[in-house]
Write a protein that binds this ligand. Structure first.
Ligand code: SF4
Length: 298
């Protein structure tokens, strides 16, 4: 990072660029305690067991990325199906029978989806890392797929969850908007359209941003980044690095009361799915404990 470019006078003090992903900002927005556990406490507190729905999602994403890396003549539904099988992640399922059943579904999902694609229409990028920066923030992230349509780029994000999506999900996604800005900057090509491709329903939810709506998302990202950056600094000033030997416990860091308050919990429905629920009494009180396979439809 260029130290001079990374400074912005704020209240008379120079401030470093806050480097983050959209996921970090969304975690800050959702629950500050979870943000602290995820990004600040080191060693990171122990997480709960892996979720089966994450295994399905990662397996599908990996297969779709791998499909585009195959030579043109192998970009068939059968290849997609083989890629899912070869890369199947088995963590989090109730048993081998459930895992095998979901492998079959994932194969159908991915082979059905690629049958709708033109294998000759190579994307500009697959699992492409993009980055952009402003005076206060350096944002980066990975795009599932970046297409070229005419003179413009289109950000494509694959979704595999049960929940039906709406156009509003595409419109309001900070990540997609940031990716559009970053892709446009890096490739020197306009990028205003973002799309969610929901594999279970085959639906494509598209939103076409304006320059203004993209700028609003970026301004919101900067706002959150400034809050989070200030909280990070207060955390670092107040919390000593753990001594050797403590890391085996994988418990949350011991923090002063004021830091605990700064990174307050936000109990709600998300707590049932939070990886750090075991360390959070408020989260445990907010909703029932879930089995790792509970987000699957059976
Ligand atoms: S369990 Fe809920 S309140 Fe606790 S850290 Fe996780 S999301 Fe936050």
């Amino acid at each position: 990072m260029n130290a001079v470019r990374g400074q912005l006078p704020l209240e008379g003090m120079p401030r470093r660029l806050y480097s983050c992903t959209p996921s970090r900002l969304n975690t800050w927005l959702d629950c500050r305690r979870r943000y602290r556990f995820t990004y600040l406490d080191r060693p990171q507190p122990a997480k709960g067991p892996a979720w089966a729905h994450n295994s399905v999602g990662a397996s599908v994403h990996n297969a779709l990325a791998g499909w585009w890396r195959e030579p043109y003549e192998r970009r068939t539904p059968l290849t997609a199906s083989i890629l899912v099988t070869n890369g199947w992640i088995t963590e989090g399922f109730r048993d081998a029978e459930q895992s095998a059943r979901w492998l079959g579904r994932a194969r159908d999902l991915v082979s059905g989806y690629v049958a709708t694609l033109d294998p000759a229409d190579d994307p500009v990028g697959v699992e492409r890392t993009v980055a952009t920066r402003t005076k206060v923030i350096a944002l980066s992230g990975r795009i599932d797929r970046l297409d070229r349509r005419g003179d413009e780029l289109v950000v494509v994000d694959y979704k595999t969850g049960r929940r039906p999506l709406s156009q509003d999900d595409a419109r309001s996604s900070l990540a997609l908007a940031v990716y559009a800005i970053a892709a446009s900057t890096m490739m020197r090509t306009p990028c205003h359209t973002v799309e969610l491709h929901h594999l279970p329903t085959g639906e494509i939810l598209e939103w076409r941003h304006t320059d203004e709506s993209l700028a609003r998302h970026l301004a919101r990202a900067e706002e959150m980044a400034m809050e989070a950056s200030e909280a990070d600094e207060r955390y670092r000033a107040a919390v000593a690095a753990p001594e050797r030997g403590q890391s085996a416990e994988r418990a949350p860091a011991a923090v002063p009361g004021e830091i605990d308050e700064l990174f307050a919990p936000s109990p709600g429905p998300i707590c049932s799915w939070c990886d750090f629920r075991r360390h959070c009494p408020q989260g445990q009180a907010a909703g029932p404990e879930r089995q790792p396979w509970d987000a699957l439809s059976d």
